[in-house]
Design a protein around this ligand. Structure first.
Ligand code: AP5
Length: 221
């Protein structure tokens, strides 16, 4: 059976930073709904045009848009043997949809399904605004930086690929607070949902990046 990891945690808790590392280690794709949506916004697809209205307000994009985007992504060959979901699901509604998607994928791949493990990045929200407003990411390869604790060697330039670094439009204090509110109302209940199923693990994400990584390795092997 393949393994699927679901990363849960508030905006800025380090899900993207750690998923990138784990994806490389496990040779699994990093399936990140935020990036998939931003790519649709940039390409001005019908989904992207609709999604932007919600993303600018720190709200969840309607479930059916995200469902279509994620189902198409998970049917790609590199996801056949497992994947890491970063930012999906974000509500009980989406968790139920995901279970339906997994059933459909079982038929699509003719396999025996998956072991699902949800990992919660536990960190107090007060510390996250500073992380978010100082985040920069590479416009080419997506590598994540921070102007306080993970600076690029040359200002504005990605160490990995030389691409230019950009700031996300939702990484301002006002939108970040709206995103926290959405997280508390919609996503936080998933901790109980996955806890009740016995598939939730928690890591202390309020540690330096390398220490969070060590905690993650203990869980994922
Ligand atoms: P999305 O892009 O998924 O944003 P998010 O969930 O708010 O998460 P972030 O990407 O902000 O944070 P992260 O936890 O990945 O942190 P990171 O590693 O980058 O979603 C954006 C929007 O898209 C949503 O608001 C919504 O509108 C829409 N959307 C997405 N998915 C959706 C869905 N399923 N349904 C509906 N709508 C959806 O780290 C942050 C910063 O902190 C970086 O600078 C990093 O260097 C630094 N950092 C990381 N770890 C540490 C550490 N341990 N110590 C110190 N600094 C650290």
């Amino acid at each position: 059976m393949k393994n699927i990891y679901i990363f849960l945690g508030p905006p800025g808790s380090g899900k993207g930073t750690q998923t990138a590392r784990l994806a490389e280690r496990l040779n699994f794709p990093h399936v990140d709904t935020g990036s998939l949506l931003r790519a649709n916004v940039k390409a001005q697809t019908p989904y992207g045009i609709e999604a932007k209205k919600y993303m600018d307000q720190g709200q969840l994009v309607p479930a059916e848009i995200v469902e279509n985007i994620i189902f198409e992504r998970l049917k790609e060959n590199d996801a056949k043997n497992g994947y890491i979901l970063d930012g999906y699901p974000r509500s009980i509604e989406q968790a139920l949809i995901l279970e339906g998607i997994h059933e459909k994928l079982k038929n699509f791949w003719h396999d025996d399904g998956a072991n699902v493990c949800a990992i919660y990045f536990d960190v107090p929200m007060e510390s996250l605004i500073e992380r978010l407003v100082n985040r920069r990411s590479c416009s080419k390869c997506g590598e994540i930086y921070n102007l306080i604790n993970k600076k690029p060697q040359r200002a504005g330039i990605c160490d990995k690929c030389g691409g230019s670094l950009i700031q996300r439009s939702d990484d301002n204090e006002e939108t970040a607070r709206l995103r926290f509110e959405t997280y508390n109302n919609e996503t936080y209940p998933l901790l109980k949902y996955y806890g009740d199923k016995g598939i939730l693990k928690t890591i202390n994400a309020n540690l330096p990046i390398d220490e969070v990584w060590e905690e993650l390795i203990k869980i994922t092997g």
